[in-house]
Design a protein around this ligand. Structure first.
Ligand code: ZN
Length: 198
């Protein structure tokens, strides 16, 4: 089922996600719906807050991103990132690794807005799986960026918080308008197609 994606101005985007204590059918269904919603919106990542659930759950799929490479190790074993997507991360603990680099990002909760954000080039994420086990994910490149963006969502942090002040000032009137329209419940979404929308 495709869920409604909440936009900037909705207070739940600022909520810290609660840890998931039991990976039950409700969580499995929510994760499946989030994957479906992310794919339908041409996004590469989606956090539970973006569909109205303040939980530590996020999904990522970078398999269609051709121009920004990624590497992935699952439990220490190198795998082709494409074959491992979509990733479902439950209660992820994310450790930042390596130096930072700037890169362009979008966000499904900010239609038509992109920004250049500094992120570390790699991460290690320890998370629970839908099957009830645990997994260690070591990622670099675009996947590392996507995991950092989603990890921020789980803490109520949005990519605009990480833009430099000049970039944020340049977007300020658009952000105010989006915030106001969301608060008033005006739906104005247009299908945004971007491979960098998380
Ligand atoms: Zn986002």
């Amino acid at each position: 089922m495709i869920l409604q994606i909440l936009e900037y101005g909705d207070p739940i985007l600022r909520a810290k996600g609660k840890p998931i204590e039991n990976v039950d059918d409700r969580i499995r269904e929510l994760a499946a719906n989030m994957v479906e919603t992310m794919h339908a919106a041409n996004g590469v990542g989606l956090a539970a807050q973006q569909v109205g659930e303040a939980l530590r759950l996020t999904v990522v799929d970078v398999s269609l991103v051709e121009d920004r490479p990624s590497t992935l190790k699952l439990d220490g074993k190198e795998v082709d990132p494409k074959t491992a997507m979509p990733l479902v991360l439950i209660n992820p603990e994310i450790e930042l690794r390596g130096t930072s680099e700037a890169g362009v990002e979008g966000c499904l909760s900010f239609p038509e807005i992109t920004g250049t954000i500094e992120r570390t080039k790699s991460v290690i994420a320890r998370a629970q799986t839908l099957e009830g086990g645990a997994v260690e994910i070591e990622a670099s490149g675009f996947l590392a960026r996507a995991i950092q963006h989603e990890g921020d969502h789980l803490n109520g942090i949005l990519f605009i918080d990480r833009m430099n002040s000049a970039a944020k000032a340049a977007l300020s009137s658009r952000l105010k308008r989006l915030h106001k329209e969301t608060r008033r419940g005006i739906r104005h979404r247009e299908p945004l197609v971007s491979e960098t929308t998380l």
